[in-house]
Design a protein. Sequence first.
Length: 227
Amino acid sequence: MDKELISKLSAFTVLYVEDEEGIRNNIYEILKDLFKETYVAKNTTEAYNLYETNKPDLIITDVKMPNETGIDLIKRIRKTDSKVRVIITSAHTDLNYMLDATELHLVKYIVKPLTDANLFEALAAFIKSYDTARVYNLCEGWLFDESKSLVQAPNEEFKLTKKENQFLKLLIQKNRIITYEEMENIIWNEDSVMTPNAMRLFIKNFRKKLPDNALKNIQGTGYRLVL
C-alpha cells in the first residue's frame, strides 16, 4: 500500500463487523495499524451500539450474520445517516444480495475471501470517495474536510469557522501567497471590517487548527501554506 494512502487512512475511524472470530481478528490486526481508531463487533447489535457511540467514518461489514444481516444493519443506519461510507464483504454472489446492497450507496462490495489485495483496493476506493467531497491531505495524519468545515489531526479534530474554512480552501486551491487584499475581498464581507486587530485574532486562532509552522506570513503581502 502506498504511503499517501496510509497517511490519509490514519485520519479516519472504522467499524469492522464480522461474526467469524478468526477472520475478525486477522482483519482487525490490519485495520488497527491503518486507521486512527478501529472498532470491532461480532454482530449487528454490537455494531449498531458502536456506531451510535463513535460515529465512524467507514463501516466494513459482513452480510451473513446471526439474527440480522449486514445489509439490514446498513439499511437501519441509512435512515438517519447518508454520509458514512460502507464496504460490504460477503461469500455470496447471489444477485438478490448484490441488488439489495446497491441501494445502500456502497464504496465497495467485496466477494470473499477477503484478501490483502481486495481489502486495500476497497480502502483506496474509500479515500477516493472523498474526492468529490473536497477532502484535502494537508500532511501526514492531517486532513481538511471542506464539506464539514473540519480539520482532522492525528489525535483531535478542529471545527473551522466559515471564514477559516474559506481561507484554508483558498490557500490550498491557489497554492500561492494569498494577499491581504484578497482576504478582505473574499473572506471578509460588507457585514464585517478587516481591522488589524480582527486580522491578528483571526490568524492566531486559525494557526491553532493547523500543523505547526504550516501558515507562513509574507511580511507586507499576505499568507501562504508551507506543508
